[in-house]
Design a protein around this ligand. Structure first.
Ligand SMILES: [Zn+2]
Length: 432
């Protein structure tokens, strides 16, 4: 089936990789792919036509680090420092969660993301089979893992956990590649060396992505050095053979110059989590240094317990402001670069080279941003407007692989009323 999006302002990607803002053009989607971008006169005929006047069409946002089911813990423990926050607010509630809760929470998270323009998300949480099912049935793209954990330093590899990590990658396949299973190491501090090395060894055959938290807090970074003869988390993970182009590392707040050089050499991607790092006062990730070293950087919301929403437009906005202010340099990081981090670079981090850009031949992961509200006019510079002025609530259409999943407040693949009812029941139970 062909769908034509007419009369919109299109944030297309040119041959050189730069954005081109096209007005008065049409974008035609054929099945899952973008077939045509150009003047209406030359556009192929379509089965469905949608008028996008007053809408900006841009690539869907890629939330490159998230723990979706944490919507069940939205905002709890606000104001506590990280360790206390985890021990007194988060863990006691997480201990109560059953697989059905994760399913309900993930569905609620997907609704929030679709309504604010996310077309692809990286998920790391317990009961990944439930997350997988929700992503698959909703139609959103996502990477899913079994959280890699092996708590004690001296513990043998916990065989069950290791096997679950591997079997998720082997057994969970989506013929359309909308949902991809991958490997995970929660972090250096929650895995032992044997476990990390076993995952590295297994991945030399599996070639899956590896999702890992790195140097989120100063304490984590320093304790790793004390445990491993001065090696930082990146240095240690490199020694264990886990770093390569399939690895993407969330946070990277305390990474050093040497760490950044290793990440560049090994083609490791980083994920910037501006709101979460600010809320937990974890510090400021050296994003500018990473970009200068050609490290691929995506953007993520992290879980809602430390954000407290899944609105990627806020991350674009805050991320851009932070990077400029850390260096007291307003010329750093233009809006185009920020949008790329939240789209094509995030897609690359998640091992998805066929999306993240509005370009012929790419997957049709497209969102429409309304320009109706006062804060969206005048529109002198579209990338600037999207980065500094647009809100998640301006999104009026979210399309994944050519299929519209959300349009003008309506979900096409999710029963929103039922989801709200289940969410309410679930919250009442876990906080009783
Ligand atoms: Zn995280």
């Amino acid at each position: 089936m062909r769908t034509k999006l007419k009369n919109g302002i299109i944030l297309a990607t040119g041959e050189n990789g730069d954005f081109q803002v096209l007005e008065g053009c049409s974008l035609v989607v054929n099945d899952k792919y973008i077939e045509y971008i150009g003047p209406e006169d030359d556009a192929p005929k379509a089965d469905v036509e949608k008028d996008m006047k007053g809408r900006i069409l841009m690539p869907g946002l890629v939330n490159s680090h998230c723990h979706g089911p944490m919507v069940l813990l939205r905002g709890i423990g606000g104001g506590l420092a990280l360790q206390e926050w985890l021990e007194t607010a988060i863990f006691p509630i997480e201990d109560k969660l059953i697989p059905e809760d994760v399913e309900i929470g993930e569905r609620w998270a997907v609704m929030e993301m679709l309504a604010s323009g996310v077309t692809c998300v990286s998920e790391m949480y317990d009961f990944p089979a439930k997350t997988w099912d929700v992503l698959k049935s909703s139609g959103i793209k996502g990477n899913v893992c079994r959280v890699g954990l092996s708590f004690s330093e001296t513990e043998e590899i916990p065989k069950n956990r290791f096997n679950e990590c591997i079997s998720l990658v082997k057994d969970f396949k989506d013929e359309n590649d909308r949902v991809i299973s991958e490997l995970c190491l929660h972090s250096e501090y929650l895995t032992n060396e044997t476990f990390v090395r076993k995952i590295a060894e297994a991945n030399s055959e599996l070639h899956a992505n590896i999702n890992v938290h790195v140097s989120e807090t100063k304490r984590e970074h320093e304790e790793c050095k004390a445990r491993h003869n001065g090696l930082t988390p990146i240095g240690y993970l490199e020694k264990c053979g886990i770093l390569n182009e399939h690895t993407y590392a969330a946070h990277c707040v305390w990474v050093t110059e040497d760490d950044i050089a290793i990440m560049a050499e090994k083609n490791v991607s980083a994920v910037f989590n501006p709101s979460s790092n600010c809320k937990l006062a974890s510090g400021f990730a050296p994003i500018n240094e990473m970009l200068k070293a050609d490290v691929n950087v995506g953007i993520g919301t992290d879980g809602t317990a430390s954000n407290d929403n899944l609105n990627m437009f806020e991350e674009l906005h805050l991320g851009a402001l932070l990077i400029k202010n850390i260096k007291s340099d307003a010329t750093l990081l233009n809006a185009e670069q920020v949008i790329k981090m939240a789209t094509v670079n995030g897609a690359r981090a998640l091992g998805r080279k066929d999306t993240g850009e509005l370009k012929v031949g790419k997957r049709a992961d497209i969102i429409a941003v309304s320009m109706d509200k006062p804060h969206m006019y005048p529109a002198f510079n579209i990338p600037n407007l999207l980065t500094y002025s647009a809100q998640g609530s301006d999104v009026v259409m979210t399309m994944v692989d050519g299929q519209i999943l959300y349009e003008n407040g309506e979900y096409k693949t999710i029963d929103a009323e039922k989801a709200r009812f289940e969410m309410k029941k679930c919250i009442e139970r876990i906080y009783a």
